[in-house]
Write a new protein. Structure first.
Length: 255
């Protein structure tokens, strides 16, 4: 994929595992940087899994937070309870027609930028996050809503600084979003690849993150995220799997 490397981090958009904490009164900014590996499994026919070495950069300020391709800005909220935020993200779904023989003759589907809103609140037993984002570059011209719950379990297995964060949620993808990335236009139809018009869909989101603090400034992390795709998407003639998976692991240093 010609656009894969600059936007690989979008598949870590479950990084709200780090970010989704209600606004606190801490005025100091925190910055982490590091490197690791990222493996991706795409649902398109003939597109194999890929593995990359990638950098990781995280900034967390009193208002602005940047987690790779996802940025939020807190407008207002109650300390450690809830926050209402602006949201910006890069969506890197898509393909080039030379990614697979099953995609030959298809127009390239490009990444895009999205803007939206985020509301998050601490329910005591978990953090609830509600996201809405809409395309602003007129690529897919659609939107997505996500509702997730996540909970961090600290010092698991009685090991200090070893934390486990599971995530579960649901997303609603609009017809325009789905049809752009998974539809087949009449002009793209071929024998064995009929035209296909994709509607809106509801899918499931699951994730798991493991963090271990090695020293005062050094930490290890690993995560796996899975998006389970609706039949509106999996019935497309260019789709073979009913899931998208990303697996990442790396080392971070805190400035």
């Amino acid at each position: 994929m010609r656009f894969a490397i600059p936007f690989l981090g979008i598949f870590l958009s479950a990084v709200p595992v780090l970010a989704a904490e209600p606004e606190s009164g801490n005025s100091a900014a925190n910055v982490w940087a590091g490197a690791g590996v990222l493996s991706l499994w795409q649902p398109y026919k003939g597109v194999e899994s890929e593995c990359y070495a990638v950098p990781f950069i995280i900034y967390e300020g009193p208002k602005l937070s940047i987690f790779g391709p996802v940025a939020t800005y807190s407008f207002f909220g109650e300390e450690n309870r809830w926050a209402f935020q602006g949201l910006a993200r890069i969506r890197a779904e898509g393909y080039d027609d030379d990614d697979s023989r099953y995609l030959k003759g298809m127009s390239d589907r490009d990444p895009t930028a999205e803007l939206g809103l985020r509301y998050l609140t601490d329910l005591d037993f978990a953090v609830l996050t509600l996201d809405f984002s809409h395309d602003v570059l007129d690529e897919h011209r659609g939107y997505e809503c996500r509702l997730t719950l996540q909970k961090t379990f600290r010092s698991i297995l009685d090991i200090d600084s070893l934390n486990l964060t599971p995530l579960a949620g649901v997303n609603w993808r609009s017809k325009q979003l789905n049809d752009y990335y998974y539809g087949v236009r009449p002009s793209e139809a071929r024998p064995g690849r009929p035209a296909y018009d994709v509607g809106g869909s509801v899918g499931w989101l699951t994730g798991l993150r493991l963090d271990y603090k090695l020293a005062e400034k050094w930490s290890l992390f690993s995560m796996v995220n899975v998006e389970w795709l609706d039949s509106e998407i999996t019935d497309s003639p260019i789709v073979k799997d009913d899931f998208r998976i990303s697996v990442a692991a790396g080392l971070l240093w805190k400035f």
